[in-house]
Design a protein around this ligand. Structure first.
Ligand SMILES: *Cc1c(COP(=O)(O)O)cnc(C)c1O
Length: 367
């Protein structure tokens, strides 16, 4: 007896032609793009310690989320999850949505961002500028559920950066942020940094950097700087994957209410909890030193990196430390650069600013 062979062929020439063209457009966009700069943050020469900032604000969509959005679109396309005419939906604190709106427009699919109502106006405007639609919710914890529901209702694809960030990125290389940092350090006095400091929103950036460092057998250690109102610090310290935090983070882009699946605790060497006032003071110092405004998450990482520099000084160690400029400050003029907003929030940045300025003028301590 011959058992009949079951055979279902869903191949669709029209869809495949669309897919091919969509992947080509995303790849061509990458091919036209330049790498981001690794800036030097000057420290007193006699310290023998170099601090660098990887300036991710110069991507076409202005933040490190440009890399993530490109990876998520390629992953979603190659998995057959993104379909012609169907919307891409994302839960975002803003930056990812700005970059994804750009890529959605590039391949010609609709885009809907689900965000907390507290997201900065400038980011909402940028998403709309790139042709995206914003769906605002009152409770930041609802963004995941609302995104999944919208996807089910529209037949669209919920991109879900918080789950897929770590796996959509090629952590072994392929010009990811870590490979780029190490290539740019090649001719520096200390090409293998003692520490790289990242901050965590999805956790994807810290996971990519840490995995690359381990894979390449570097001695570099990875520190994640976490703001107030985020569960990552406690969850990491207590080895608790169920840690939560009820209040939303004031530092846009980082600090989460739950341990996001893309945050890879085991790959991280060290965590610091940074006061919001220190994060914001640090971007004011950054502006004085480099003439550049950045978002507050950049300040969270910079404060943490300066603490590590101070610690290296105290130990008499030389070497290099790398942190990131995550997004530009012009998105937050009415927030982190507004003294009224700081007063309203009860945030006092002066004591931290004084500590940093005294340290950078040759002081030995940062506390
Ligand atoms: C997303 C984001 C981060 C953190 O990056 P992850 O890779 O998501 O952890 C930091 N700063 C800003 C402004 C961001 O948007």
């Amino acid at each position: 007896m011959v058992v009949p062979t079951l055979d279902v062929d869903r191949s669709d020439a029209e869809y495949r032609a669309w897919l091919k063209e969509a992947v080509r457009k995303v790849q061509a966009d990458a091919n036209r793009s330049a790498d981001t700069h690794l800036l030097r943050f000057p420290l007193p020469d006699e310290w023998g310690i170099d601090l660098y900032l990887k300036d991710e604000s110069t991507h076409p969509t202005g933040s490190l989320k440009h890399r993530l959005a490109r990876s998520l679109f390629l992953y979603g396309l190659c998995n057959g999850w993104i379909r012609p005419g169907k919307p891409v939906i994302e839960a975002s604190s803003g930056s990812t949505a700005v970059s994804e709106a750009y890529f959605a427009k590039l391949i010609g699919v609709p885009f809907i961002a689900v965000m907390a109502r507290s997201t900065s106006r400038a980011k909402i405007d940028l998403i709309e500028f790139h042709g995206g639609e914003c769906h605002l919710v009152d409770n930041p914890c609802e963004v995941y559920e609302v995104s999944a529901r919208l996807a089910a209702e529209t037949g669209g694809h919920y991109m879900d950066q918080f789950t897929y960030a770590e796996r959509a990125t090629d952590w072994r290389g392929n010009n990811n942020i870590a490979e780029s940092i190490f290539a740019q350090l090649r001719r520096e006095p200390h090409p293998e940094p003692t520490w790289i400091v990242a901050t965590a929103g999805t956790g994807g950036t810290s996971a990519t950097i840490a995995r690359y460092v381990h894979y390449m057998q570097h001695d570099t250690r990875i520190c994640v700087a976490d703001p107030e109102n985020s569960c990552f610090f406690d969850g990491w310290v207590k080895h608790d994957p169920d840690a939560t935090c009820a209040t939303g983070s004031r530092i846009e882009g980082i600090g989460r209410p739950r341990m996001e699946p893309s945050f890879v605790p085991g790959a991280v060497d060290r965590m610091m909890r940074v006061p919001d006032a220190a994060s914001i003071a640090a971007i004011r110092v950054l502006e004085r030193v480099l003439g550049k405004k950045a978002g507050a998450s950049t300040g969270t990482g910079l404060w943490s990196a300066l603490r590590i520099v101070a610690e290296m000084r105290a130990e008499g160690a030389t070497g290099s430390v790398v942190a990131l400029i995550c997004d530009p400050g012009d998105r937050y003029l009415d927030k982190y650069y507004s003294n009224e907003w700081l007063d309203e929030q009860g945030i006092e940045i002066e004591p931290y600013r004084e500590l940093m300025e005294r340290f950078l003028a040759g002081g030995s301590r940062l506390d």
